[in-house]
Design a binder for this molecule. Structure first.
Ligand SMILES: *[C@@H]1O[C@H](CO)[C@@H](O)[C@H](O)[C@H]1NC(C)=O
Ligand SMILES: *[C@@H]1O[C@H](CO)[C@@H](O)[C@H](O)[C@H]1NC(C)=O
Ligand SMILES: *[C@@H]1O[C@H](CO)[C@@H](O)[C@H](O)[C@H]1NC(C)=O
Length: 482
């Protein structure tokens, strides 16, 4: 018995000493971090040694940067231990709201770009003046995060914008780019909006500069050609034009964030989607001068829920098919939305002369209050005084409206479909819309070439929907299919 115990003891001793020599090979760097690791271990019992070795490896990767080792490293959501952190202050950013910090942001990005799972930190309590900048892949590592807790402001002098740019902060061709935090991106758009209302001089600063701003206005934050994009926590405000744009992206999540600009700021869309798929937008407050969410051609599998919209023009699909283009939009779900004081509620708009289709759209649980036009299909969209009548059109089918309630100020339901290609499978369920008396004229419900069904009685009664299908000759031919 005693001998057996001795053998076990010796074996144990042998095992422990072999572990030690194994650890020693990790070198000095690991030893320095060992105390911290040990205290982590006591807190988080279940963590394996394997996780520890991965962690030390990642610190080694970021060792050459000015930020590494200096700061306490925040944990990240990628499950690969604590990766490298690059604080813009360590790259020369002043954060005083006046010094141009563009170069510091570029340098921090260049460092982060080389390290998989790294984080660029924009600390709170600082205001960074940053000019137009592109954070671009395709040679960057995956899963880079921007921890944005401070404020980023755009330049208001015309010089910074040259002859005009389409975006201010741009992220392109990345795999896994997450922007999170409680910070603010402020486009300081009033100097641009002043161009739209030359008669209204808002404040001395903007009136002095307004004539010099280029006519092309930038989107505040744009993602192009990227996979797995997350934007959360932050506020984007006062963009000169659109606030947040996704173009040619796959896998987008936007949640718990805010867009804010005045209701009279021209063309300031909240979130704009184009050629993007697998998009989820939720738990978000959107107030702006144009569409809260605008869904353009090439979008599919888009899910929007629990969103507040107002002021703004509502949630729109389109305008599609401009200048005889082909548009393809499918599988769009919008539910649990509050709209207050918006121009439209839920809208689909297309130009005459286009082709392609919009298929499978569901709008449900939409609460409207003081909305001019809660339910709109407009296949005669035209931004001039007249547009030529054309027979070609983007074909609309499978459009569901369910549980849309509240108050309107102009017209409750406006469904104007193409003469040559009517809307089919339009269904309305539990619609209850009451007028708010205003000084101007109210319009009755309108349907034109709209086929489908009413699943419940509605308020007001919608008796203009044509039940069932249109005559066969009006069903879209195959060559337009998406
Ligand atoms: C939402 O974002 C804010 C920062 O703007 C953060 O403090 C809060 O914890 C976030 N809430 C959730 C549920 O993620
Ligand atoms: C439609 O989009 C949702 C996400 O909104 C997705 O879960 C679903 O699989 C899509 N349906 C089809 C048929 O692709
Ligand atoms: C275009 O078509 C609409 C609907 O059929 C009709 O009301 C309108 O008068 C037409 N306009 C022109 C310019 O032909």
């Amino acid at each position: 018995m005693k001998r057996l115990f001795l053998i076990i003891f010796l074996l144990l001793l042998l095992w422990v000493s072999s572990m030690d020599s194994c650890h020693a090979r990790r070198g000095k760097h690991w030893r320095q971090r060992r105390a911290a690791w040990a205290s982590q271990l006591t807190k988080k019992k279940g963590k394996s040694t394997n996780g520890g070795s991965r962690q030390s490896h990642h610190h080694g990767g970021g060792g050459g940067s000015p930020a590494a080792g200096k700061k306490k490293l925040p944990g990240t959501g990628y499950g690969t231990g604590s990766p490298a952190v690059f604080d813009v202050l360590d790259f020369g950013a002043k954060g005083d709201g006046a010094t141009d910090d563009t170069k510091a942001f570029q340098a921090a990005w260049a460092a982060a770009c080389k390290v998989e799972g790294s984080t660029v930190v924009v600390p709170s309590q600082f205001t960074f003046l940053v000019g137009p900048i592109s954070f671009s892949g395709p040679y960057c590592q995956q899963n880079i995060a921007i921890q944005l807790d401070g404020t980023i402001i755009a330049p208001t002098n015309a010089k910074a914008w040259g002859s005009g740019l389409l975006q201010w902060l741009e992220f392109t061709k990345l795999k896994g780019i997450h922007i999170r935090g409680s910070g603010v991106i402020d486009g300081r758009g009033s100097v641009w909006w002043a161009n739209d209302y030359p008669d209204q001089i808002q404040d001395p600063v903007s009136s002095e500069l307004m004539s010099k701003m280029p006519s092309i206005k930038p989107t505040a934050l744009r993602f192009y050609g990227s996979f797995d994009v997350v934007v959360t926590g932050i506020t984007i405000q006062n963009s000169p034009q659109c606030h947040l744009k996704f173009d040619s992206c796959v896998g987008v999540q936007v949640y718990n964030m805010t867009v804010s600009s005045p209701g009279n700021s021209l063309n300031t869309d909240g979130i704009h989607l184009q050629n993007s798929r697998d998009v989820m937008i939720h738990s978000t407050d959107l107030g702006c001068g144009d569409d809260c969410i605008s869904i353009q051609t090439g979008c599919t599998n888009v899910y929007v829920h629990d969103v507040n919209c107002g002021p703004g023009h509502g949630i729109s699909i389109g305008g599609l098919g401009k200048d005889s283009t082909k548009a393809c939009v499918s599988n769009i779900t919008v539910r649990n939305v509050n709209m207050h004081n918006t121009m439209n509620g839920v809208r689909i708009k297309t130009w005459q002369g286009g082709s392609g289709s919009v298929q499978g759209v569901s709008f449900s649980n939409i609460q409207v209050s003081e909305v001019e036009l809660p339910i709109v299909i407009d296949q005669f969209y035209c931004d001039k005084s007249t547009c030529k009548n054309q027979s070609s059109a983007v074909a609309l089918s499978g459009i569901q409206y369910e549980n849309i309630r509240g108050t309107y100020t102009v017209q409750p339901v406006h469904l104007a479909c193409s003469d040559s290609i009517p809307c089919i499978d339009v269904s309305l369920t539990d619609i209850h819309l009451e007028p708010i008396q205003e000084h101007y004229h109210m319009y009755d419900t309108l349907c034109w070439q709209t086929f489908g069904e009413l699943r419940t009685p509605t308020v007001p009664p919608i008796d203009c929907i044509q039940m069932g299908k249109p005559p066969n000759n009006k069903i879209q031919s195959d060559h337009d299919s998406c």
